[in-house]
Design a protein around this ligand. Structure first.
Ligand code: UD1
Ligand code: CA
Length: 454
């Protein structure tokens, strides 16, 4: 049996109090809608239709990487109306309906629903809730057969006591669903066309409704406000952290690490508290990350140690390096094996050679450093003339004295030494000492001014 997916994402999300459409708010650094689209795609459907309405253009633009069919629901007249807009685009025998604001559903749960409804016209994913307020209630007869769903706003006190809630996720045979949708009416409290009225329509045709009860409420929790968004973010982050622990990563505290993207770790990786990983980050075997680090789209190879309070973005760090504390690697920083970046060191678009050290208080930008270079404290590459960026080239085994300004474009050849405090504006030759410094003088008998005593 072939499958298509419809994702409902046209709602406004008034209670987010945001100028951004609700489904673009992020969980783990990724829009909620992206989570749901990726989930749908795991089922390899014939097509995935996303129903958009509120700020449709901005949703489509931000999600343009995904191969989905966009369906416009210009006016949001209810979940049934939303599915009506998409139904003619469906070519498969079965349709699965998902919500764009319910980001944490597991593919295994959807597979259970699909299996349970394989020979049925309709199947529902339901959930047993401590507090089902706001949810549609699953009404069953005394034998347990599903009869209908009643929305909270239309429910009597008796029905409100039912604790089995509708997750909203359902699976239906396409031709039957079309027929039920055609007969929907909006004579209810909200004057909406409810998708949930299809359940009674199915029952009226004497067709049994399949259901799968989900164990973990978080899987089907929808986001309507920032409080629920934060709650699901914590659930998601804890899931990521626990998965890392199970893989063998050591976390100082599973509640104090955030992964906003994909973090791949080798063996014996240690991550201290309050670290944030963004985008694609790879940590090789034996890598250790100190507390309070922010690491984004960066690869760190084996046995490298990143000490406390470092920021690494779009960088590459080789094996057995020492980074930090308080280092900042900006885009294009490339640390070769056994190299060092120490405290208050900023490196941007620069290759630091094997075994080279930039230990203290330096800015190295648009530069190439050879092997075993030693950069003294307070050295600055002056890469910017106010209009253009220029390059600094430093050969192997160079020693740059402290507080040197390297005015690019400039080259310091292999084995050269630069005297401390120099402003280097011309190329420095190989294996010689180059310095630029006014002569030190002593004024004999000079008196320091004294304060007059009162
Ligand atoms: C819906 C269900 C309810 C269920 C609950 C679970 C109906 C009538 N009710 O109620 O039984 O317990 O979800 O969270 O289906 N949407 C559109 N177009 C519309 C209306 C909604 O695309 O015209 C989208 C929304 O963006 C959202 C989803 O459908 O992603 C659910 O809509 P919402 O209004 O939140 O439904 P609930 O009242 O929560
Ligand atoms: Ca909702």
């Amino acid at each position: 049996m072939s499958l298509s997916v419809i994702i409902l994402a046209a709602g406004q999300g008034t209670r987010m109090y945001s100028s951004k459409p609700k489904v673009l708010h992020e969980i783990g650094g990724k829009p909620m809608l992206a989570h749901v689209i990726e989930l749908a795609q795991k089922l390899e459907p014939v097509e995935t239709c996303v129903v958009v309405g509120h700020q449709a253009e901005s949703v489509k633009t931000q999600m343009s990487d995904y191969a989905v069919q966009w369906i416009l629901q210009a006016e949001q007249l209810g979940t049934g109306h939303a599915v009506q807009q998409a139904i003619d685009a469906i070519s498969a025998d079965r349709v699965l309906v998902l919500y764009g604001d319910t980001p944490l559903t597991r593919v295994s749960s959807l597979e259970k629903l699909l299996n349970a409804s394989a020979t049925k016209k309709l199947g529902l994913l339901t959930v047993e809730m401590k507090n089902p307020t706001g949810y549609g209630r699953i009404v069953r007869d005394s034998t347990g057969k599903i009869l209908k769903i009643v929305e909270e706003k239309d429910a009597s006190d008796e029905i409100k006591k039912i604790t089995e809630g509708n997750t909203g996720i359902l699976c239906a045979e396409t031709t039957s669903l079309k027929r039920w949708l055609n007969n929907l009416e909006n004579n209810n409290q909200q004057r909406e066309y409810y998708l949930t009225d299809c359940i009674a329509a199915c029952v009226a045709e004497n067709e049994p409704v399949a259901s799968v009860l989900i164990a973990d409420e978080n899987e089907v929790a929808g986001v309507n406000n920032k409080l629920q968004l934060e709650q699901l973010e914590r659930v998601y982050q804890l899931q990521q952290a626990e998965a890392l622990l199970i893989q063998g990563v050591t976390l100082a505290d599973k509640n104090r690490v955030d992964i906003r993207g994909a973090l791949a770790c080798g063996k014996d990786v240690f991550i201290d508290v309050n670290c944030v990983f963004q985008g694609d980050v790879q940590l090789g075997d034996g890598v250790s990350i100190g507390p309070n680090c922010f690491i984004s789209n960066t690869e760190i190879q084996e046995n490298t140690s990143v000490l406390a309070n470092c920021v690494l973005e779009d960088s590459r760090v080789g094996e057995s390096c020492n980074i930090g504390p308080f280092s900042r690697l900006r885009p294009g920083a490339e640390m070769s094996a056994h190299s060092k970046a120490g405290n208050f060191v900023e490196i941007k678009n620069a290759k630091i050679g094997k075994g080279a050290k930039v230990n203290h208080l330096s800015y190295v930008g648009d530069a190439e450093l050879g092997e075993d270079v030693n950069i003294g404290a307070g050295t600055i590459t002056c890469n910017y003339d106010g209009a253009n960026k220029h390059k600094t080239i430093i050969g192997d085994n160079v020693f740059i004295g402290s507080n040197t300004a390297l005015v690019a474009p400039v080259t310091v050849a292999d084995d050269a030494t630069i005297g401390a405090g120099s402003t280097i504006t011309r190329d420095a030759p190989e294996a010689e000492l180059t310095l630029e410094r006014s002569k030190q003088i002593t004024i004999k008998g000079w008196q320091r001014p004294k304060k007059e005593k009162r």
